[in-house]
Write a protein that binds this ligand. Structure first.
Ligand code: GLU
Length: 419
């Protein structure tokens, strides 16, 4: 059973952050009324025949927060603690995130409340196909494009693409991103979020006049995003001293051998038991003395209870919503530099956009092309957010939200609305 408990309500956090940014930019009340609420919310029942013959019901959701700037876009999450409020929050964040990196997408998110670690491949496939059928009226390459998120991956996307394509009678690769390369996936998409986090950290280091070589790093979460971020930082000469996953936490003050740790994780599914490392408690990682703290797990990891104990110079928010508004205030007063989630982890959806463009054009880009375009997008977005942070004298999170919300608001004003 996945036991990591998500604290607090992500939607309350999303709304609080929205209001703070909307106030700071003096957003007019008409635009506020239009963009504050999700455009469409779909809750579906997902009955699945389990391997033992029983039928089990799962709750599924798809929320389209906004399609003002383009097709709704966002991942699908499988986790026991998925709720409608969480999916709404994540869909709202996708909207501002796509606008921060200035890609022509709106925001969406989906999820199923389930425990994927205790389901067979067959059960996962049947659940995914049934869920896809249930959200069929919403998705499509010009409407709403799912992608991987927590505990979903390229295989999940292949099942969604197949189920959708079967209803059309021909292959529709552009209905999902993050698919396997042989089905029209993009080179560089699998590692895109982690790579984007790395570029954001590079920009932040430059801004803070801080060297990456020898910098100490702690990474909470060793899934796709946490592991790739750790790997890239390790390759750049940083010292990753602590890594955790949902089962445990390992620590070595001299730096962990990240490629070896990734190998162990691939073999056993856990970081626990890694030689040349000490096992420590989960909570210790977030409050350990380090230069860069990377929360790459779930929402609300840093809240008012532990924020004042944080001993990092910089927090790179690889997860969505890992820091609560109350914690933001504490960190701000302590002078911790934060790279907010909707900027920091936007590399994933950026390369999703590249994948979708390639699908639309029936073209295939070289990996170097993907990397250099991603670097440009991330570094431009970082500079745009930093400029607002400095010019308007607001925290980095508010600056990122102001940029994202501002772009959506401008689109709303130009489009107007009908009927
Ligand atoms: N799940 C990722 C995110 O939260 C990627 C979404 C996408 O590529 O559509 O940003």
């Amino acid at each position: 059973m996945l036991t990591t408990k998500i604290k607090g309500n992500a939607y309350d956090v999303a709304i609080e952050n929205f209001d703070a940014a909307a106030d700071a930019m003096a957003l007019d009340s008409a635009t506020r009324e239009i963009i504050k609420y999700p455009e469409r919310v779909l809750a579906v029942s997902v009955p699945v025949r389990m391997d033992d013959g029983r039928i089990h019901h799962f709750d599924g959701y798809r929320v389209q927060y906004s399609s003002v700037r383009g097709p709704a876009k966002g991942g699908i999450r499988y986790h026991p603690q998925v709720t409608l409020d969480e999916v709404k929050a994540l869909a709202m964040w996708m909207t501002w995130k796509c606008a921060v990196v200035n890609i022509p997408f709106g925001g969406a998110k989906g999820g199923i409340a389930c425990d994927p670690k205790h389901m067979s491949q067959g059960e996962l496939e049947r659940m995914t196909r049934r869920y896809t059928s249930a959200i069929l009226p919403l998705i499509g390459p010009d409407q709403d494009i799912p992608a991987p998120d927590v505990y979903t991956n390229a295989q999940t996307m292949a099942w969604i693409m197949d189920t959708y394509s079967a209803t059309k009678g021909y292959a529709v690769p552009g209905v999902v991103t993050g698919k396997p390369i042989c089905l029209g996936g993009s080179l560089g998409r699998n590692e895109a979020t982690g790579r984007g986090v790395f570029y954001a950290i590079q920009s932040a280091c430059e801004h803070l006049h801080m060297g990456l070589k020898g910098a100490t790093v702690a990474v909470q979460g060793f899934g796709n995003v946490g592991s790739i971020t750790a790997q890239m930082l390790h390759e750049a000469g940083a010292k990753v001293i602590a890594v955790s996953d949902s089962t445990g936490c390992v620590y070595n003050p001299h730096g962990l051998d990240i490629p070896a740790l990734m190998h162990l994780k691939a073999l056993t599914g856990r970081v626990e038991g890694f030689p040349e490392a000490e096992s420590i408690a989960h909570d210790e990682l977030l409050t350990m003395t380090c230069d860069i703290l990377v929360p790459a797990a779930l929402e609300n990891a840093i809240d008012e209870d532990n924020a004042s104990a944080v001993r990092a110079r910089m927090i790179a928010e690889a997860a969505n919503g890992p820091v609560t508004p109350a914690a933001d205030k504490v960190l701000e007063s302590m002078g911790v530099f934060q790279i907010p989630d909707i900027l920091c982890n936007a590399g994933g959806v950026t390369v999703s956009y590249f994948e979708w463009v390639q699908n639309e054009q029936h073209l295939f880009w070289e990996s170097q092309d993907v990397y250099s375009r991603l670097e440009r997008v991330m570094k431009t977005a970082f500079r745009d957010v930093l400029n607002l942070h400095e010019e308007r004298n607001v925290p980095m999170r508010i600056a990122a939200n102001m940029l994202g919300i501002g772009r959506v608001a401008e689109a709303v004003r130009l489009r107007g609305f009908c009927p």
